[in-house]
Design a protein around this ligand. Structure first.
Ligand SMILES: [Zn+2]
Length: 150
């Protein structure tokens, strides 16, 4: 476990939208739940849409009854691109489709960026080691692990 590259990614895309949301109540609740070690998202009571990132009003139907749920953390890579910073190793920025039906921007750790194909099964982990807010990162999941969900 080395910290330097994690701090470097704090300026990466994963933190952009989080910064934009800082201060909103759903975002604070999200961080609290994240800090407790779960991967939270919301489910709309009105239309059952999985809502992420957390917000006050369902983007699908406008309902305000959003219930907090806990993700299994299992999903599949929807898209990937490699960021090549000037002074650290390249790292992947991925969109992950979680099995509960929401999409999250994150990164995959412990696997070289070039070895992260679209469709790869991944498992979420809460990274609480950084200097900033806790965040979700992904590692490769065993194929069998992903099958448990079905
Ligand atoms: Zn809804």
């Amino acid at each position: 476990m080395t910290a330097p590259d994690r701090e470097a990614t704090a300026t990466g895309p994963a933190s952009h939208h989080e910064t934009a949301l800082t201060g909103s109540a759903p975002h604070r609740e999200y961080l609290d739940r994240l800090a407790a070690g779960s991967v939270p998202f919301q489910t709309c009571d009105g239309c059952l849409t999985a809502v992420f990132p957390p917000r006050v009003i369902c983007p699908a139907c406008g309902a305000t009854e959003l219930r907090w749920s806990e993700s299994s953390g299992l999903g599949a890579v929807y898209s990937t691109s490699v960021i090549t910073p000037r002074d650290t190793d390249p790292y992947p920025v991925v969109l992950v489709d979680l099995d509960e039906g929401f999409r999250m921007m994150s990164t995959v750790v412990e696997t070289p960026a070039a070895d992260v194909p679209i469709g790869m099964r991944v498992r979420a982990h809460v990274d609480r080691e950084g200097s900033s807010d806790p965040r979700v990162v992904f590692t490769a999941a065993e194929a069998a692990e992903g099958e448990e969900a079905s």
